[in-house]
Design a protein around this ligand. Structure first.
Ligand code: ADP
Ligand code: MG
Length: 346
């Protein structure tokens, strides 16, 4: 049985149903992300797990125990929010030890645990400092230490990185993942940032309008999206209108391609196919070749994003930089090519 088991959770505020039949088993030690646009219900699900909101329907089990109606402090859950939310008048050490003190843990044990936690987050000497003396990234690490100090069964992180600078965000997410692995703590991480979710998670739940649209590994979510919403929300997508042919084929322009296995639309019907920018290449030699005009080029360093039109449709293509070959320029007449196996059928 799953360590954290959310089953058929619903939440309404008045007539507004913001979470709809949300079910998710999470294994012990797993790192799961909720990814979705603002307002899709991520925080509400997290707050129900933490006990700050009561579900309108459904059940929450932790390690086999039904906690649906327990108060937050009875659930043994650690939580970190977007805003640092440290107590400004307490030192770092007092902040980290706060939950232990409230729980009546003995002083010597608190000191030991605080030292351990500060070492874990890489701030062993900051115990006597006050939050205002720390950078945003350091404050967020202290918030993490404070959440972890009581050894919670589950760790909940609600957009903990979104207030930080891009560079800190990237290094801190790797650090959070490392600490999570070291402790083996079951974690749910909320973000609206697709790259963050892809990079940090064992599994991602893509949410849309209070519903779990798709649940899968980062690889599955990116390469095998099952809905148009997931395909469009995670990563850049080229949409290709095609016509279904006989026995699992489709016609794109003049070319007939064999669709990935399991797709057998009625011949003659319209079909939307999709392709990631890295599945599209300049030149020829793959299953489909289309004449194209370059409309824009964005040089990003290791990757070059080339925008084109082909068959009257806009496409974006990613290609790696090559120091020996200058990138194409707007106005160039060229060809693009792709392999049928890289197509996503929506
Ligand atoms: P997310 O975290 O994905 O941005 P939320 O879970 O915060 O989304 O909110 C989902 C929806 O529920 C939003 O439309 C929001 O306005 C609404 N909502 C959240 N909390 C409350 C509340 N306490 N009262 C009324 N509506 C709420
Ligand atoms: Mg939120």
């Amino acid at each position: 049985m799953a360590f954290l088991d959310l089953s058929h959770l619903e939440k309404s505020f008045g007539n507004n149903r913001v979470v709809k039949d949300f079910s998710l088993p999470v294994e012990k030690g797993e790192f799961v992300s909720f990814l979705g646009p603002s307002g899709c219900g991520k925080t509400t699900v997290l707050r129900m797990v933490a006990g700050f909101e009561t579900p309108t329907a459904g059940k929450i089990l932790i390690d086999g125990q039904d906690v649906t109606n327990l108060r937050p402090n009875q659930r043994n859950i650690g939580m970190v929010f977007q805003a640092y939310a440290l107590f400004p008048n307490l030192t770092v050490a007092q902040n980290v030890g706060f939950g232990l003190k409230v729980a009546g843990v003995a002083r010597a044990e608190i000191d030991k645990r605080v030292t351990e936690m500060l070492r874990l987050i890489g701030l062993p000497d900051k115990g006597p400092s006050y939050p205002f003396q720390l950078s945003g990234g350091q404050q967020q690490r202290v918030a993490l230490a404070r959440a972890l100090a009581p050894r919670p069964r589950v760790l909940l992180l609600d957009e903990p990185l979104s207030a930080l600078d891009a560079k800190i965000r990237v290094s801190l997410r790797a650090e959070i993942r490392e600490i999570q692995r070291e402790l083996g703590i079951t974690t749910v991480f909320v973000t609206h940032d697709q790259e963050e979710a892809l990079s940090i998670s064992d599994r991602i739940v893509v949410m849309n309008g209070g519903i779990a649209d798709q649940v899968g590994t980062p690889f599955e979510i990116y390469n095998r999206p099952t809905t148009r919403f997931v395909a469009g929300f995670v990563g850049t997508l080229n949409l290709i209108e095609a016509v279904a042919g006989p026995t699992g084929t489709a016609k794109i322009g003049d070319a007939t391609v064999l669709l990935p296995e399991g797709h057998n639309q009625a011949p003659g019907g319209k079909l939307t196919l999709a392709l990631r920018p890295e599945g599209l290449h300049l030149g020829h030699g793959r299953d489909v070749v289309l004449p194209a005009t370059v409309t824009g080029v964005e040089f990003m360093g290791s990757v070059i994003r080339v925008d084109l039109t082909a068959m009257g449709t806009k496409f974006s293509l990613d290609t790696f930089n090559r120091p020996d070959a200058p990138p194409p320029k707007a106005g160039d007449e060229t060809q693009v090519t792709f392999a049928a196996r890289d197509l996503i059928v929506l």
